[in-house]
Design a protein around this ligand. Structure first.
Ligand code: BG6
Length: 486
């Protein structure tokens, strides 16, 4: 395993949920994999008055909980030697003294400031990094989503961050881009000649992107209520998946070559504004029901959610891309909390044969379909028509299936393991550039404004269902149905 260059990783929000659940366990796994050089250090930063030992005990508990291949005590002891804690408050000027002290004399090493905090703190933290003189030419800053609430607030944050760090030093995370399955999508599209001639209007009838969760808002009620599914999931994860499906082949896999092509897709999205939202979007909110067989409360009864909230926990959108390749091919996007299954998939439905030699009875109505599953399993399934065994000629859909984990029999990297190593190496390919983020907000903002102006309250759906009936009506108006629901 290739060793990383020497680094200091400064983790703001170091006691927070993301740090404990994802980031620190991912770093521990990369440590076990032998990627940490001798000088590497990880320092959790938070406001609490914690000793280093108390912090290490918290991190140990979460690494044990999130161990993938078992917990190795000897490795943990060695990792804990690299783990530190420093107290600082991003909202209080002059609270960075201890951090300055901690980083003194380490200017020759890569320095990463990972901002795993509320986005409202990003600007303040960057200002203080700047005024404390901590930003070296070898520094990088990592921004977790959501980056702002809309284009205006995102631009303000980007301006603050941009005053301290240059664009190639800024890593805007969308953890979906770190998922193995998303990497596979690039391999599928750009490593094989087979699909490219079919990857266009005239060959593809429609595309569906579903990211469904069984979870509710868990402990994040107040945050989620200010955010909603459109900003939490569509603005970033679903649009990034759409970009990877729809982008033109870049000339190289170089970060800017890839990001240029994704940007063109975002800019070609047809705006959905004003009354369009009534036909092309559906927003929903879950009421009480069941999640994986257990009764669960309505969104309005979740802790930290106001009883009259109109925040959406479900969104369905018909997106259209105005380019030669995609004109007339709808991309249906759907995401929600408390849906029937945890499932992320992209379904590409191809056109039917132009003329069938089989009589109506022999024919099945199903056209060819390519299903790329991201979760729970990473798989690719091509549905083709074959003859049903027997005397008569009857066509039936059958699946050519590829289970990627099974085929390669090696543990897949968790999205954050991949993204953290890319950050340390300085590889920007899987991170969003500022213009991409702006273009995404430019498309999202009018949808929210349209909802405020023209739409009624969100449509209610029972927890454990596939969302409001209106999402089915939206797609059936075009003569289609959501995959798995006919
Ligand atoms: C996060 C959202 O970005 O993605 C969460 O803020 C959501 O609300 C999560 O649950 C889903 O990620 P994954 O990897 O479990 O599909």
């Amino acid at each position: 395993m290739e060793k990383l260059q020497a680094f200091d990783l400064v983790l703001f929000g170091g006691t927070g949920d993301l740090a404990m659940r994802k980031l620190l366990p991912a770093l521990y796994r990369r440590f076990i994999a032998g990627q940490f050089p001798a000088e590497a250090r990880v320092v959790g930063v938070a406001r609490g008055d914690l000793t280093r030992d108390a912090y290490r005990a918290q991190v140990e508990a979460s690494c044990r909980n999130h161990a993938v291949d078992g917990f190795d005590v000897a490795q943990w002891v060695a990792f804990a030697e690299r783990l530190h804690y420093v107290r600082a408050d991003g909202a209080r000027p002059d609270s960075f003294g201890d951090l300055v002290q901690f980083l003194r004399g380490r200017e020759a090493f890569t320095r990463i400031f990972f901002l795993s905090t509320a986005p409202t703190l990003f600007a303040g933290i960057c200002d203080q990094i700047g005024s404390a003189g901590l930003a070296t030419s070898l520094s990088r800053v990592v921004l977790e989503k959501p980056l702002g609430q809309d284009l205006t607030s995102a631009s303000q944050i980007n301006a603050h961050v941009g005053a301290i760090f240059s664009e190639p030093q800024i890593f805007r995370i969308d953890h979906y881009l770190g998922k193995e399955a998303v990497q596979n999508l690039l391999a599928l599209r750009f490593g094989n000649a087979l699909f490219e001639p079919l990857w266009r209007r005239g060959r593809i009838r429609h595309v569906q992107i579903t990211v469904a969760e069984t979870l509710g808002v868990e402990t994040r009620g107040p945050f989620y209520d200010q955010t909603g599914a459109l900003r939490d999931m569509v603005q970033n994860h679903l649009l990034q998946l759409l970009c990877i499906i729809a982008m033109e082949p870049p000339a190289t896999s170089d970060a800017d070559a890839m990001r240029d092509e994704k940007l063109k897709v975002l800019r070609a999205l047809r705006p959905i504004a004003g009354r369009d939202v009534l036909n092309k979007t559906v927003r929903g909110q879950y009421k009480a029901g069941a999640a994986v067989g257990k009764p669960v409360v309505a969104y309005l009864d979740e802790t930290g959610v106001p009883a009259d909230s109109t925040t959406e926990t479900f969104v369905a959108i018909k997106a259209e891309i105005d380019t030669w390749r995609w004109a007339g091919v709808p991309f249906y996007l759907r995401t929600g909390k408390r849906l029937q299954e945890k499932l992320s998939e992209i379904v590409i439905t191809f056109e039917d044969v132009p003329h069938s030699i089989f009589d109506a009875e022999a024919r099945s109505q199903s056209p060819n379909r390519l299903t790329i599953a991201l979760q729970p399993k990473d798989s690719i399934t091509l549905t083709i028509l074959a003859k049903n065994p027997g005397e008569t000629m009857r066509l039936k859909p059958v699946n050519l299936s590829l289970d990627l984990a099974d085929s390669f029999k090696t543990r897949q990297l968790d999205a954050y393991e991949r993204l953290l190593t890319d950050i340390i190496k300085g590889n920007l390919t899987l991170f969003m550039r500022r213009d991409e983020l702006d273009a995404a907000w430019r498309w999202i903002d009018p949808i929210r404004e349209g909802w405020q102006q023209y739409d009624g309250p969100p449509k209610l759906y029972t927890a454990g269902s596939w969302g409001p009936a209106a999402a089915n009506s939206m797609i059936s108006r075009d003569g289609f149905s959501w995959n798995g629901e006919t």
